[in-house]
Ligand binder design. Structure first.
Ligand SMILES: Nc1ncnc2c1ncn2[C@@H]1O[C@H](COP(=O)(O)OP(=O)(O)OP(=O)(O)O)[C@@H](O)[C@H]1O
Length: 249
């Protein structure tokens, strides 16, 4: 698809219906390499379903989902898509509580090498450097030897973001990262994601408008499965349809 050339993610005319109900309806969106995008919209707008389609969990009925300018993700399954460099962080953290912060990251780093090599693999100096770098990004250097169970909710979310970083995704999808976080954790998460977005593309779904403002990126507003508005947060916040469908509720 030549229109997708130069983009990192290109959705064109994507639709999916569940029992006749169109959860995603002719959705189109373009993400540039290295771009971070915030996705907002009312409950049921299709945000999660959109992520499910990008990651291969749900197959759309029609439309194109082109990754890295040329790969049609609708032709691949979840495992392939993850291996191609699409990482997803779900809302609930799923870190290994009985392992240390360091071990969680080491496991994530080894995971991308596959089961057999993991059994015989010894962590190299380069791996340790990479883990240190990630620890710095996720603000957990001082807690590296702590059991994950002892981290705060926000720190667990950061650890999970770190585990995703260990897989070196080109595109990171992050679902409601700041739900349940303290205000200072929320502020720190915006900074952390901005740092991460310097080296890869990021799509963040979030309801917290203060946080979205801090991200300071282009916003896509979804409603009823399609794009209602797109632009800066100020631009979309002034849109009558957005106020009516979402912000004014
Ligand atoms: N597997 C499914 N079967 C039937 N209906 C579904 C399925 N998945 C999603 N839906 C419906 O599709 C619509 C979009 O849901 P989706 O979860 O994508 O919205 P959302 O924007 O993520 O909402 P929220 O902000 O509440 O997470 C909803 O009406 C939902 O009930």
């Amino acid at each position: 698809m030549k229109e997708a050339k130069g983009s990192l993610l290109y959705l064109d005319g994507v639709s999916v219906a569940f029992d006749g109900f169109k959860a995603i309806n002719n959705l189109s969106m373009v993400l540039k390499p290295g771009e971070m995008r915030a996705i907002i919209g009312p409950n049921g707008a299709g945000k999660t379903t959109m992520m499910d389609i990008i990651t291969g969990k749900t197959r759309p009925d029609s439309g194109y989902v082109i990754f890295d300018g040329e790969i049609d993700l609708t032709q691949h399954d979840e495992t392939d898509i993850a291996a191609m460099g699409v990482g997803r962080k779900f809302q609930k953290p799923t870190v290994f509580e009985s392992h240390t912060v360091w071990d969680n990251l080491e496991l994530a780093l080894n995971r991308k090498r596959g089961v057999f090599s993991t059994l015989f693999y010894k962590t190299t100096g380069k791996d340790r450097e990479q883990i240190d770098e990630i620890l710095e990004t996720i603000r957990l250097i001082a807690r590296r030897d702590e059991l994950a169970a002892n981290l705060s909710h926000g720190q667990k979310q950061w650890l999970e973001i770190g585990m995703l970083l260990a897989q070196e995704p080109k595109l990171m999808l992050v679902d409601e990262p700041v739900a349940g976080m303290t205000d200072s954790e929320t502020d720190e998460t915006a900074k952390l994601l901005r740092e991460i977005a310097k080296t890869r593309s990021v799509v963040v779904v979030e309801h917290d408008m203060g946080f979205v403002r801090n991200l300071d990126v282009k916003v896509t507003v979804l409603a009823e499965g399609s794009v209602l508005a797109e632009g800066s947060l100020d631009h979309v916040s002034a849109n009558e349809k957005v106020i009516e469908n979402y912000l004014g509720r």
